[in-house]
Design a protein around this ligand. Structure first.
Ligand SMILES: Nc1ncnc2c1ncn2[C@@H]1O[C@H](COP(=O)(O)OP(=O)(O)OP(=O)(O)O)[C@@H](O)[C@H]1O
Ligand SMILES: O=C(O)C1=C[C@@H](O)[C@@H](O)[C@H](O)C1
Length: 300
């Protein structure tokens, strides 16, 4: 797994924003003091030495409170406890950095991301939804139709740039966010996890819910499974190894093999969340050995 830039495991003082105010409409207001030299909003003079910047985004504050088991009836109490204990192990070393989930459409970024946010006591955000909000259009499909894919991608990059200064967020990114190198620069301010799901499983999941909300898969004739499978295969080919830039790779095929399953559909989202934390832990250990040999790893 190639790591574009390493993360320091040394506890680092955070200067970014905190989700500091819940607002009644379900959104959260973030604020931070922008240090000198950071680019301000368009039209601002930038002359103050520091200035309070506010960004209001909708999010789902995920506190666990036993919600893991309730979210998924297939989650056993033992699995839920293991998940929480893995999160407790990893949390101090994440040091409030954001977690970005990358992967193809339907790979489970939202499902797994919500669980991770719950056990890490982070807030969950979906970058597609943030793009919709910032453009003022109700769906990604509409943005593609009314504007263009390039317009969507530009706004996606702006959203990721804004998120890159924040903390304590789990972000489900858009499936195509990985294709722009600049987005990696933003996401690498946090920890990135690739959910690697076989195309057949993705096509099955997507066929079950339809392709209407996924403009890059919509519009071809044929049965929903074949249509989704063909388009996903073409996108995967185009994207090549872009997803492999993530710090941690979570391969559903590997988890299934380890657990003696022949089909990844036997894996619960909680199992996948546990493996995600395991892979994050491995990344943090490996990275700290290479980059920071003096760091105390006893807690991991
Ligand atoms: N482990 C799993 N097993 C079976 N179905 C799953 C699993 N994880 C997610 N799903 C289902 O797959 C579909 C896609 O999941 P989800 O929305 O979490 O993916 P996503 O990566 O966020 O997708 P997109 O990028 O298109 O928004 C949903 O219907 C979800 O219920
Ligand atoms: O894989 C992709 O390119 C996309 C995935 C979705 O999450 C949306 O971001 C959009 O439909 C494009």
């Amino acid at each position: 797994m190639e790591a574009i830039s390493g993360l320091s495991l040394r506890p680092c003082p955070w200067t970014g924003p905190v989700a500091d105010r819940r607002i009644s409409d379900g959104s959260v207001s973030f604020s931070r003091v922008r240090p000198v030299g950071m680019r301000g909003p368009k039209g601002s003079s930038g002359s103050n030495r520091s200035r309070r910047v506010e960004m209001k985004i909708s999010c789902c504050q995920s506190r666990n409170n036993g919600a893991v088991g309730r979210q998924n009836p297939r989650t056993s109490k033992d699995e839920a406890l293991l998940l929480q204990s893995k999160a407790n192990e990893v949390a101090p070393y994440l040091n409030d950095r954001c977690v970005y989930l990358v992967g193809m459409m339907g790979s489970g970024k939202t499902t797994v991301g919500t669980i991770l946010a719950g056990v890490l006591a982070y807030s969950f955000l979906d970058s597609d939804k943030l793009v919709e909000q910032s453009v003022g259009v109700s769906s990604v499909a509409e943005i593609f139709k009314e504007h263009s894919e390039a317009f969507f991608r530009d706004n996606e990059s702006k959203v990721l740039e804004n998120l890159s200064t924040m903390r304590r967020l789990v972000v489900a990114t858009g499936g195509g966010a990985v294709i722009r190198p600049i987005n990696w620069r933003y996401m690498k301010q946090g920890l990135t996890i690739w959910l690697d799901v076989p195309l057949e499983a993705l096509a099955r999941r997507i066929a079950a819910v339809g392709t209407a909300s996924r403009p890059l898969l919509h519009g071809e004739s044929g049965d929903p499974y074949t249509k989704a499978f063909m388009r996903l295969s073409a996108l995967a080919e185009q994207r090549g190894t872009a997803y492999a830039n993530a710090d941690a790779k979570v391969s559903l095929e590997n988890i299934a093999a380890k657990q003696g399953h022949t089909d990844v559909s036997a894996l619960t989202p909680t199992t996948i969340a546990i493996e995600s934390l395991e892979q994050v832990k491995s990344f943090l250990i490996e990275n700290s050995t290479v980059k920071n040999s003096t760091f105390n790893l006893k807690g991991l």
